[in-house]
Design a protein around this ligand. Structure first.
Ligand code: PLP
Length: 360
C-alpha cells in the first residue's frame, strides 16, 4: 500500500528489507539488535555511527550534543523549560497549531511562558510575519514548532530570537531531516523519530553545549540533558532497536545524496499534490496560506464534505491508506514524508481526478 499516515509513518522499503535481512543475526554477531547489551561493542558501534551520520546529514558542529532519548516530543515539552530556564524565567512561544499550543501549555508548569503570536483565530493556517512579532527581550528563549503536523503549516525560514540570550528552540518532529537546516541558528532542536527517520520510541535532541548543565533542581534524571550528554545517551537502557533503525534511515538519506537531494524530491511531491488541489476548481480545498504550506503534511477537504468518508474508503480500496484527517480538524490529510515515493503521490492525484470526475 501507499501509507499516508502522519506518524508512525511509512519507512523506506530498502531500509525495512535491510533490517529484515539482519533481524536474527546482526552482521555475524549471532544476535539480533534487540538482544544486544547496550554497552556491548556491537551496539556502541551502531549508536556512534547513527550519531555521526546524523551529524553529517545536518552538518552539526561539535558545539552541539546529539542525544537519543525516549518519551516522545511530548516529553521535550517539559524537558526544554526544565533544562533551559528557571521557573520564574519569561519565555516566548509562537503558537501556529496544536503542537506548539501543547508545548506552551506544558511549559506553563515549569516557567513563565507567553504566547507572542497565535494563529488560532485563523484556524492555524498561517505563520506570522517576523516583523510583527513582539518578542520579550527578557525572555529566556523563543519556541516554535517548525512544522505543524495536524494543520499543515511550516516555517520556510526562521525568526531571529531577539531575547537577550538569543536562543531559538524548535520542535521539528514532523519535518526533521526533510531538508537542510542551519543548526547553528538554534539553541536546541528536538524531534520524535516516527515520521521521517525511524520508528516511534526514539526522540532526538540536538542541543548547544553551553545550554547543558543548568537544569532546574526538580528535573528528573531522565529529563536532564547533562546526564544524557555525559553518558552519550547510555545513562540507562536506550531504545536500542529504534536507534538502529534511525541509523539505517540516516545511511539511506546519505546514499540519496543528503538533505539537499531529499528536499528536491519532497518539493516535487508536494507541488504535484497542492497543484491538484488548487486546480480542482474548489472541489478539493487546502485551507493553508500558500506560502507556508507544509511539504510533509497536506490537509485538504472536499467542497461536498458528505463525500469525505467515501473518498477515504475508495482510496483505501486502491491501496492508499491512512488518509483521514486528524480528529480535531476532519477532512483528509496526506502525509508525504521522505519515504513516500513519488509514485504514491502520483497515484493519489490520479485518484483525486477520477473521484472528482465521478462526483462533480
Ligand atoms: N510535535 C509534533 C510536531 C508532532 O507531530 C507530534 C506527534 O505527532 C508531537 C510533537 C508529539 O510527539 P510524541 O507523540 O512523540 O510525543
Amino acid at each position: 500500500v501507499f501509507n499516508f499516515a502522519a506518524g508512525p509513518a511509512t519507512l523506506p522499503e530498502n531500509v525495512l528489507l535491510k533490517a529484515q535481512s539482519e533481524l536474527y543475526n546482526w552482521r555475524g554477531s549471532g544476535m539480533s539488535v534487540m538482544e544486544m547489551s547496550h554497552r556491548g561493542k556491537e551496539f556502541l558501534s551502531i549508536i556512534q555511527k547513527a550519531e555521526s551520520d546524523l551529524r553529517t546529514l545536518l552538518d552539526i558542529s561539535s558545539e552541539y550534543s546529539v542525544l537519543f532519548l525516549q518519551g516522545g516530543a511530548t516529553t521535550q515539552f517539559a524537558a526544554v523549560p526544565l533544562n533551559i530556564c528557571k521557573s520564574d524565567d519569561a519565555v516566548d512561544y509562537i503558537v501556529t497549531g496544536s503542537w506548539s499550543d501543547k508545548a506552551f501549555k506544558e511549559g506553563q508548569k515549569y516557567c513563565k511562558p507567553n504566547v507572542i503570536w497565535s494563529g488560532k483565530s485563523e484556524k492555524y493556517t498561517k505563520i506570522p510575519s517576523f516583523d510583527d512579532l513582539k518578542q520579550n527581550p527578557e525572555a529566556r528563549f523563543l519556541h516554535i514548532c517548525a512544522n505543524e503536523t495536524i494543520h499543515g503549516v511550516e516555517f520556510k525560514n526562521y525568526p531571529t530570537p531577539n531575547n537577550k540570550n538569543g536562543i531559538l528552540i524548535a520542535d521539528m518532529s514532523s519535518n526533521f531531516c526533510s531538508k537542510p537546516v542551519d543548526v547553528s541558528k538554534f539553541g536546541l532542536i528536538y524531534a520524535g523519530a516516527q515520521k521521517n527517520v525511524g520508528p516511534s520510541g526514539v526522540t532526538i535532541v540536538i542541543v548547544r553545549n553551553d545550554l547543558i548543565g543548568n537544569a532546574q533542581d526538580l528535573t528528573p534524571v531522565m529529563l536532564d540533558y547533562k546526564i544524557h550528554a555525559d553518558n552519550n545517551s547510555l545513562y540507562n537502557t536506550p531504545p536500542c532497536y529504534g536507534i538502529y533503525m534511525c541509523g539505517l534511515v540516516f545511511e539511506d538519506l546519505l546514499e540519496q545524496g543528503g538533505l539537499v537531494e531529499v528536499e528536491k524530491k519532497n518539493k516535487k511531491k508536494a507541488e504535484i499534490l497542492y497543484n491538484a488541489i488548487d486546480e480542482s476548481n474548489g472541489f478539493f480545498k487546502c485551507p493553508v496560506e500558500k506560502s507556508v504550506r507544509s511539504l510533509m503534511n497536506v490537509p485538504f477537504t472536499l467542497e461536498k464534505s458528505e463525500l469525505e468518508g467515501e473518498f477515504i474508503k475508495e482510496a483505501a480500496k486502491e491501496s492508499m491508506v491512512q488518509l483521514k484527517g486528524h480528529r480535531s480538524v476532519g477532512g483528509m490529510r496526506a502525509s508525504i514524508y521522505n519515504a513516500m515515493p513519488l509514485a504514491g503521490v502520483e497515484k493519489l492525484v490520479a485518484f483525486m481526478k477520477d473521484f472528482q470526475a465521478k462526483h462533480a
